[in-house]
Design a protein around this ligand. Structure first.
Ligand SMILES: [Zn+2]
Ligand SMILES: [Zn+2]
Length: 227
């Protein structure tokens, strides 16, 4: 009996959500299928549903929001929590799958888009060991055959975790000027900005602003969930 088999008998893999035993992955098919996936894009500013991708209520806002699900969904919440705070890298896969299902449902033409994950500071990346948005973005890029660009947008400075800030204005201040664009590879391009979850939208807004200043065309900010 090999060690791996022995460990699996002793400690069977279990669904992070319902604790059913699993043969692979981190969440069972039943839990994943039960996730409610949104069927529209949202205004980045006021979060109003945008029934048609063209109809934008706040025209001057730098991005349209594409939130696949709600953070109130326990499966999504569990996955994000394990990915970010418990080092379960494989939790990126079902989250990417949720985003892929969502984008497929929207039927928008993503042919000329590039995926750009929200970067982490070097300090945060070292602490976590990986960038969760990049892991999600890489799987989405592969599944949808969209190129991914990870060298252009960087974190110019380390910021406190947004979850440690209290008000919306504090969140905006915390991320002010925290991003920089260091080459022109996205100039004139349309991009899908990927993050795991959006709360106040301050991080996405700051990144989108920086990208727009660097000549990026359209930006759809895609997250697995919004609060
Ligand atoms: Zn389950
Ligand atoms: Zn709006």
């Amino acid at each position: 009996m090999n060690f791996k088999f022995f460990m699996e008998v002793l400690f069977p893999r279990r669904c992070l959500r319902c604790r059913n035993t699993l043969t692979n992955g981190v969440v069972c098919d039943q839990c994943l299928v039960a996730v409610t996936i949104h069927d529209s894009l949202f205004c980045g500013k006021c979060k109003a549903r945008l029934p048609s991708a063209r109809k934008i209520c706040h025209n001057d806002f730098p991005y349209i929001l594409g939130a696949a699900g709600s953070y109130g969904d326990k499966t999504i919440q569990t996955l994000i929590h394990h990915l970010k705070f418990r080092g379960i890298r494989d939790a990126a896969e079902p989250l990417a799958e949720i985003i892929v299902r969502y984008l497929s449902k929207l039927e928008i033409d993503l042919t000329h888009y590039y995926i750009v994950p929200i970067p982490l500071s070097q300090k945060r990346r070292r602490e976590r060991g990986f960038n969760q948005s990049e892991r999600i973005g890489a799987i989405v890029a592969k599944q949808l055959a969209i190129p991914i660009e990870t060298t252009c947008l960087i974190r110019a400075r380390h910021t406190a975790a947004q979850s440690t800030t209290k008000s919306a204005s504090e969140r905006r201040k915390n991320v002010n000027n925290c991003f920089a664009v260091i080459n022109n590879s996205l100039h004139g391009k349309n991009i899908i900005l990927v993050d795991d979850v959006t709360t106040s939208g301050a991080t996405l807004l700051e990144a989108a602003r920086t990208l727009k200043q660097a000549g990026v065309q359209k930006i759809i900010a895609v997250t697995a969930a919004m609060t």
